[in-house]
Design a protein around this ligand. Structure first.
Ligand code: MG
Ligand code: MG
Length: 259
């Protein structure tokens, strides 16, 4: 999702505890959607699963009606991005097919704080190549997460993500990034999926940041479709996306969007 507040908000321990709850509820929403993924199900139906879960738990998605200034407020509560769609797919009438891969990106607002997370999964049986792409994207997030400790630079993390992804033969987008998360879904700073060691911003205790590797096959180039949201790979190749919101703490990285 686009749009950034021009500030970095350091969170207190009590704010991080609230964000942990927001993240847990967000992950539970994602798990409910995951359980509904099957051939023949529409992306609109997946959106309804998320909305109904969130209604029952007194939370809501900050994606709904999110307006980045592109003239089209986002109509869904989740992003449903199939195959060549990297991010920001709009839920609707499209039916999932056996062999597709789909990324679900969702947010949850709880007591004024946001959790933001995404996963990619296969629909039914998928090819080994597609599964490998998903596995590499998940591993890139894992590598980055372990580096979210005070004293590291953002460039260290971006460099590690890109180096690993390219070592597996894929590309990361240089156009879309991770970001600070807090009372706003998008706060400073941005966390790119590429970088140079020792450059960028310094990680400090109390930062809460969404890391989101977005991985493509054969190109890093993307384009936005006419609906002004859907981001696809320019070559039509498969893509995957994985995201967690992480708190930088003195005890190490805390995954806020874990169950
Ligand atoms: Mg997200
Ligand atoms: Mg995000």
């Amino acid at each position: 999702m686009y749009g950034f507040e021009s500030r970095v908000n350091i969170k207190s321990e009590s704010e991080i505890a609230i964000m942990r709850e927001a993240g847990r509820l967000n992950r539970q929403t994602l798990e409910a959607v995951k359980a509904a993924i099957a051939p023949g199900v529409t992306t609109g139906e997946l959106n309804e699963v998320a909305e109904s879960f969130q209604r029952q738990h007194g939370i809501y998605s900050p994606f709904k009606n999110y307006d980045p200034g592109n003239g089209v407020p986002f109509p869904g509560s989740i992003c449903t991005s199939i195959n060549e769609v990297l991010v920001h797919g709009i839920p609707g009438k499209r039916k999932l097919q056996e062999g597709d891969i789909i990324s679900i990106d969702c947010g949850a607002v709880y007591e004024g704080f946001v959790g933001d997370a995404a996963f990619t999964i296969g629909v039914g049986e998928i090819s080994h190549k597609a599964q490998h792409l998903i596995d590499v994207t998940a591993k890139a997030l894992e590598i980055a997460t372990a580096m979210m400790v005070p004293g590291n630079h953002s460039g260290d993390i971006g460099a590690a993500i890109e180096e690993y992804v390219e070592s597996e033969g894929y590309f990361v987008t240089h156009t879309y990034t991770g970001h600070g998360v807090g009372r706003q879904m998008h706060e400073d700073p941005q966390l790119t999926n590429y970088g140079q060691q020792g450059t960028g911003f310094l990680l400090r205790e109390g930062m809460t940041i969404a890391i989101e590797p977005m991985v493509l096959v054969g190109t890093r180039q993307t384009k936005v479709l006419g609906d002004r949201w859907t981001v696809v790979s320019k070559n039509g190749g498969l893509t995957a996306h994985q995201e967690d919101t992480i708190a930088v703490t003195k005890n190490g990285p805390l995954v806020l969007t874990a169950l």
